[in-house]
Design a protein around this ligand. Structure first.
Ligand code: CP3
Length: 330
């Protein structure tokens, strides 16, 4: 999950100051940063150190990631003419450093590497708002006010995601995660009309690769069923919906990822441990579960607590791939 490494002193000491985009442009550094949390925590997969705005930045849209703020855009997307600023991504030419990082990691890692992209809606929200937003007013105004332009923008961002994801798999990633982090800001009918077709296009565009595909968002309790229909194999759940309830909102056969509240890593260890066990208990031995936090690791998190959470999940959460009789009956 985003920022897994951010809590680590070894990350802070090699990350340097300045924009994260500079660190991402350095393959040796990015590969090392990807490896750090894997080494420290012994997790079962690695997520590439990059960012969802890297493709848009690489084609010259004029986006940067301000430390402590997030993505910022000099001239936000406003009108039809702005589509010209979104030419197709050519990963070998525009982001060769990302592909080099992926190749280094494919050689060095002993666990699977997850490649990723931002879903069209979440990337669009940054390009339109120009900076992180709580209300998404400009994004919603454009979506409802000029649906033709909205869909044209989403089509370009979907293609950008597909091309980027395919290039990561070509170079050695073995699973994909699509981050639609802020989709939870939308009412289900708006999600269905303005977002779902484009996310579905992204999943279709990588379906032939045959790798597991994860679809993640925050605050998506009301959207889980729709998100599950976009085509992913796994749907991410934040901490707001207990896992057993989330399971009733997605079709059988879809795996879940989640969902310990990252804030509970700050409670006394017994509380954190109990919350971790609660996630496992609510999963009830179902084989389709990737244990994870409900969202990113907070920077102030004590790495020692995360080490213990991973250890607890490994000791108590391993499942043998069979479903309990109650589960298979339901
Ligand atoms: O854990 C990892 O480092 C994996 C790599 C990763 C990053 N960003 C690095 C990063 C991934 C998978 C992302 C995806 C991403 N980026 C998302 C989707 C995931 C999610 O959290 O919902 C989003 C919404 C972004 C946009 C973004 N980039 C935000 C909101 C921020 C936080 C700004 C801040 O400093 O608080 C960033 C910056 C960013 N991307 C950091 C990291 C490790 C923060 C630290 C830094 O700048 O070094």
């Amino acid at each position: 999950m985003r920022q897994a490494g951010r809590s680590l002193p070894e990350y802070r000491s090699i990350r340097g100051v300045g924009s994260i985009l500079e660190a991402i442009a350095d393959p040796e550094l990015s590969a090392e940063i990807t490896l750090q949390p894997v080494r420290r925590y012994g997790v079962d997969a690695a997520i590439l150190y990059s960012d969802i705005v890297v493709p848009a930045a690489a084609i010259g849209f004029g986006v940067d990631v301000a430390p402590g703020v997030g993505p910022v855009v000099e001239h936000p997307f406003e009108r039809t003419a702005d589509l010209q600023r979104l030419r197709p991504l050519e990963p070998e030419v525009d982001t060769p450093y990302v592909l080099e990082t992926v190749r280094i990691l494919a050689r060095e890692l002993t666990v699977p590497l997850i490649g990723f992209a931002g879903a069209p809606f979440t990337v669009a929200s940054y390009l339109i708002e120009g900076r992180p937003s709580r209300t998404y007013t400009r994004t919603k105004a454009l979506m409802h006010g000029d649906p033709t332009l909205w869909h044209a923008l989403m089509e370009r961002l979907a293609e950008m995601a597909i091309v980027s994801l395919r290039s990561q798999i070509d170079n050695g990633a073995v699973a994909l995660q699509i981050f639609d982090s802020w989709a939870g800001a939308l009412a289900p009918p708006d999600y269905e009309r303005f977002v779902l077709p484009h996310s579905r296009r992204v999943f279709e565009g990588v379906a032939d690769l045959g790798v597991p595909r994860i679809h993640f968002g925050v605050g998506t309790g009301e959207l889980l069923g729709l998100m599950a229909s976009a085509g992913a194999d796994v749907v991410g759940v934040d901490w707001r919906v207990p896992l057993d309830i989330a399971r009733t909102r997605v079709p059988a056969g879809i795996a879940l990822q989640g969902n310990l509240d990252p804030a509970l890593c700050f409670a006394p260890w017994e509380v954190t441990a109990e919350a971790t066990r609660d996630v496992l208990r609510r999963n009830a031995g179902h084989p389709g579960h990737i244990f994870n936090l409900g969202h990113g690791v907070m920077p102030e998190t004590d790495p020692g607590v995360l080490e213990r959470v991973v250890e607890l999940v490994h000791t108590e959460g391993r499942c043998d791939g069979t479903i309990s009789p109650e589960e298979s009956a339901s």
